[in-house]
Design a protein around this ligand. Structure first.
Ligand code: FAD
Length: 190
């Protein structure tokens, strides 16, 4: 029985636990089925084979050749009216979270601080990509990473550091946290 957040996560990550028939990048949900909001559209489509545009069975070589000529390249982004994948969900959520810090009072009252701490705890628990949520909770619980919510300045910087933690995990470029306010509150001034 797994007793830590990361051990529980490993139990449901097929790429870590060696599940057969489920491609890397697709993660199982708590119901044991592939989790759509935990995977990119690309990985999800690879699994469901609905994204290649050229895999429909053909009955003749002429039809196969025609299919190859008109094959549409795989689509990386979900159409706008499709359920969110991990990236669409992430972008929208970061917009919300950074805007939340940008509109936070510069000096928060004790009540506002405890509301924000409570929100962040619940957010990290309920975020609908469960493996993202578990890693985020684990990061928040590490010493030195507790939410800093006394006012906008430190909260915005904390949120930027939280986002950079995910950027690092995904191999993305880190953001310069001295500039979070230009990106999310004042604009770049150009
Ligand atoms: P995003 O990372 O979504 O960033 C949006 C914009 O924010 C950028 O264009 C940039 O202008 C700005 N920005 C970037 N970094 C910072 C920063 N540090 N501070 C301020 N502004 C910044 N995806 C996974 O595949 N696996 C995960 O485990 C995972 N965990 C996540 C956990 C949380 C809590 C959230 C909210 C999202 C998570 N995601 C995860 C999604 C992931 O972070 C991205 O949102 C997604 O990959 C889309 O990335 P993007 O390149 O479009 O830009």
């Amino acid at each position: 029985m797994a007793d830590t957040v990361s051990e529980r996560a490993k139990e449901r990550r097929p790429e870590m636990s060696g599940h057969k028939g489920i491609p890397k990048g697709v993660v199982l949900g708590k119901d044991g089925k592939p989790c759509r909001t935990c995977a990119s559209f690309r990985d999800w489509a690879a699994m469901t084979r609905k994204n290649t545009g050229s895999t429909a069975p053909t009955t003749s070589s002429a039809a196969a050749a025609a299919g190859a000529a008109t094959a549409t390249p795989p689509i990386d982004k979900p159409p706008e009216d499709c359920p969110a994948d991990v990236e669409t969900l992430g972008r929208g959520t970061w917009t919300f979270l950074h805007t939340l810090s940008a509109t936070y009072p510069s000096h928060a009252t004790p009540n506002q601080q405890s509301d924000m701490r409570a929100f962040l705890m619940l957010f990290a628990k309920l975020y609908p990509c469960w493996n993202c949520a578990q890693d985020f909770q684990a990061w928040m619980q590490k010493g030195g990473n507790e939410p800093r919510v006394r006012g906008r300045g430190e909260f915005g910087t904390w949120m930027c550091e939280a986002h950079n933690e995910v950027n690092r995990k995904l191999g993305k470029k880190e953001f310069d946290c001295r500039r979070w306010e230009e990106r999310w509150r004042t604009g770049w001034g150009d």
